[in-house]
Design a protein around this ligand. Structure first.
Ligand SMILES: [Zn+2]
Length: 329
């Protein structure tokens, strides 16, 4: 009986199809019985032979070479100092928060930022007077003040950015001397869910399963359910789809926070931005290479099983259930 202990030098297995020494490279790149399949997958064979020889054994994507530069940059990110809010004379504070990322779909190369905007309007009259400014091109936002902004420290995810924005907004609100109530406006359902977990006390039971656990604990220490409330708004609405003044104001606040997040990205050093772009480009190409090789491996395996099943020499054919079963005769 043939064995497939290919890593053991004492075993000399032989390819069941052609009689040559049976190695991974042989099966994938040189078995004469598989020549037809190889002709259909020239690119995959080139990748396995010249670009990613290790994929014959373990098809795992490689990491971008300069990923360490990005990681080193992320390690240097620190949260800015907390600054007091602007005292407007009214006891209800309102903050708009947002988080965002460049290259959000890529683990390596994704860089996240957040922003907190304080609403300085004190009355409907003041808000109404500003409405015309919102419809200028580009929109002007005189009653919104940037209270804090920055890159996300730690894991570069949008969700973490949204949460860091809320934590910072709470810190700012607690520094106010006249604050009696505070409202935090976000477009992230994740942040609202975290606040619900904190208010219900349920987070303690699942904290070890949650990402951003340290940040959630920090938020828990600051969150005052009697004074604070969180409000969810829909993101990226247009100014002209508004129902009334209040609605328009929430759209404007969300727009402002989003705009400031995009300004934060402009502060990233250009060499780091370029590095992130190259990392993303690398991952895209690596994904394409991997898919190409997987397609080839699938077809190769199918063809090999079919040939073994029909082979008179081996008689028994393949029995592994995961592979193509031999038809009952
Ligand atoms: Zn062979």
């Amino acid at each position: 009986m043939q064995q497939k202990a290919l890593w053991d030098d004492t075993v000399v297995p032989v390819c069941q199809l052609c009689g040559q020494p049976d190695t991974r490279e042989h099966r994938m790149l040189s078995c004469t019985n598989m020549e037809d399949i190889r002709k259909q997958h020239v690119e995959a064979c080139d990748i396995l032979q010249h670009q990613r020889p290790e994929w014959c054994f373990m098809p795992l994507p490689r990491l971008y070479d300069d990923v360490y530069m990005l990681r080193a940059f992320v390690k240097t990110i620190k949260l800015p100092k907390v600054e007091r809010p602007c005292e407007t004379g009214i006891s209800h504070l309102r903050f708009f928060m947002d988080g965002g990322a460049i290259h959000p779909a890529f683990h390596v190369g994704r860089l996240a930022a957040w922003a907190v905007i304080q609403d300085l309007s004190t009355s409907d009259t003041a808000r109404r007077m500003c409405v015309d400014y919102l419809f200028l091109q580009p929109p002007q936002l005189p009653l919104f003040r940037v209270a804090a902004m920055g890159m996300v420290s730690g894991d570069q995810t949008v969700a973490r950015g949204e949460l860091q924005a809320l934590a910072r907004a709470c810190e700012i609100a607690l520094l106010s001397e006249s604050m009696e109530t505070a409202e935090f406006v976000t477009d992230a359902s994740y942040v609202c869910a975290v606040v619900r977990l904190i208010e219900s006390g349920l987070f303690a039971f699942c904290l070890h399963h949650l990402p951003n656990a340290a940040l959630i604990l920090q938020l828990h220490a600051m969150w005052r359910p009697d004074v604070f409330c969180i409000r969810k708004v829909k993101s990226h609405r247009r100014f002209d789809e508004t129902k009334d003044l209040d609605d328009l104001w929430y759209i404007a606040g969300n727009f402002c926070a989003d705009m400031v997040v995009n300004l934060v990205f402009l502060t990233i050093p250009s060499c780091i931005r370029r590095c992130a772009e190259k990392a993303v480009d690398f991952q895209r190409k690596e994904e394409a290479r991997l898919k190409c090789v997987f397609k080839y491996i699938t077809q190769l395996n199918r063809s090999r099983c079919e040939q073994l099943n029909h082979s008179v020499a081996t008689g028994k054919g393949h029995t592994t259930k995961l592979q193509l079963p031999r038809h009952e005769q």
